[in-house]
Design a protein around this ligand. Structure first.
Ligand SMILES: Nc1ncnc2c1ncn2[C@@H]1O[C@H](COP(=O)(O)OP(=O)(O)OP(=O)(O)O)[C@@H](O)[C@H]1O
Ligand SMILES: [Mg+2]
Length: 349
């Protein structure tokens, strides 16, 4: 792993004492027959942290979550969640955690409160506490006035909030969310982020989320692990990851006339570490010195009598980090809408 940095976040924890680990994943593997979905992954999540697993479709994010939440067995290695070994003490792990799976699993034909009530019973929340707990979680996700509504009448964002409430009804310490905002519109996504940030503080939660949205990882997570092809390729705070990319700046340039020769010409400039063609004469140039590269691009265009339509210097984004560590772009077409099916059964290809 090309680790960006090992410094862990101290969010919500006294600085004098190292934060306790809520999740420890130690050299974990998952094989489906001869296919290795997760390969030798290690990470630790401190209490009170929001930790993100960021990666494209098929990276192994859900497989990791499903092992940590005891839904599928670990092939090799070990995971401790809330201090309990997922393989040896799965019942203790289940009591300590709340899980929001990637697929929406609330029953569309039941009311909001009925969906919550079933879960509260399933988790053995005593009858005297059930009503109060349901009222609390409904308030926390802003669905109190919808408690009697049929679940199928809710919008996608409201249904996601119901799923979040359902995962909290037994008051867990550690919360797992598999792609909490996939398929939601931009306004609902921001509402879910705000809600999760508030819940983290008010309910003293540790959270592990998976996402393939860069902006989500950047805004929500204290630390991020980039996962690709079952392997953890980089880990750190969003700032550490951005700083770890060789080029500290990105120069965005638009040439009046596109040409196959631009990438090679740009790559030769001083300090340039990579060039990404964006199409239509647009290029993103990653460089160690934004100012030098900008000057040189102007000189290059002048010497070739080519026009520059636009030129700007920007800071590195998590997209650049992803490209740097995986050699690929996390493109929009890889992001699929929310999946309403039940989770795939173990062993099915
Ligand atoms: N039950 C299974 N049997 C065989 N292969 C599986 C099974 N479940 C997952 N896989 C494979 O393991 C790999 C990782 O899948 P996983 O669902 O963990 O990816 P992901 O990162 O969650 O992707 P997505 O963003 O699409 O949800 C994929 O190649 C997938 O096809
Ligand atoms: Mg998944």
């Amino acid at each position: 792993m090309k680790a960006a940095a090992n410094k862990s976040s101290t969010t919500g924890v006294a600085a004098s004492r190292p934060p306790a680990a809520a999740i420890v994943v130690d050299r974990i593997w998952k094989r489906y027959g001869s296919f290795e979905a997760v390969k030798d992954v290690n990470f630790t999540v401190a209490e009170g942290e929001i930790f993100g697993l960021l990666g494209p479709n098929g990276a192994g994010k859900s497989t990791l979550i499903r092992m940590m939440t005891t839904l599928i067995p670990v092939t090799a290695g070990k995971a401790l969640v809330g201090g309990y070994d997922v393989s040896k003490a799965p019942d203790d792990v289940r009591r300590a955690i709340g899980v929001i799976p990637q697929a929406m699993t609330s029953d569309p034909d039941l009311s909001v409160v009925e969906n919550l009530s079933i879960y509260a019973k399933l988790y053995g929340v005593p009858r005297v506490e059930r009503e109060r707990s349901i009222a609390d979680v409904l308030e926390a996700v802003d669905l109190t006035k919808w408690r009697e509504a049929q679940t199928k009448t809710l919008s996608g964002g409201m249904r996601r909030r119901l799923e979040i409430a359902r995962g909290l009804v037994h008051n867990p310490r550690i919360f797992f969310l598999d792609e909490p905002t996939t398929g939601l519109d931009p306004v609902s996504r921001i509402a879910v982020w705000e809600m999760l940030n508030k819940l983290k503080v008010t309910r003293n939660l540790t959270m592990l989320i998976t996402t393939h949205y860069m902006d989500e990882a950047d805004k929500l997570c204290d630390r991020i692990a980039i996962v690709d092809h079952g392997t953890l390729v980089a880990m750190g705070t969003p700032v550490e990851l951005k700083n770890s990319v060789a080029g500290a700046n990105v120069v965005e340039v638009h040439f009046g006339r596109d040409s196959d020769a631009w990438p090679a010409r740009l790559e030769k400039l001083e300090g340039v570490t990579s060039v990404q063609p964006e199409g239509g004469g647009f290029y993103r140039v990653i460089t160690r010195s934004g100012s030098k590269t900008t000057m040189q691009i102007v000189e290059l265009a002048n010497s070739l009598s080519e026009t520059l339509t636009s030129l700007s210097v920007q800071n590195t984004t998590l997209d650049d980090v992803f490209i740097h560590y995986t050699g690929r772009q996390l493109r929009d077409e890889q992001v699929k809408p929310a999946n309403f099916a039940l989770p795939r059964p173990e062993g099915r290809p």
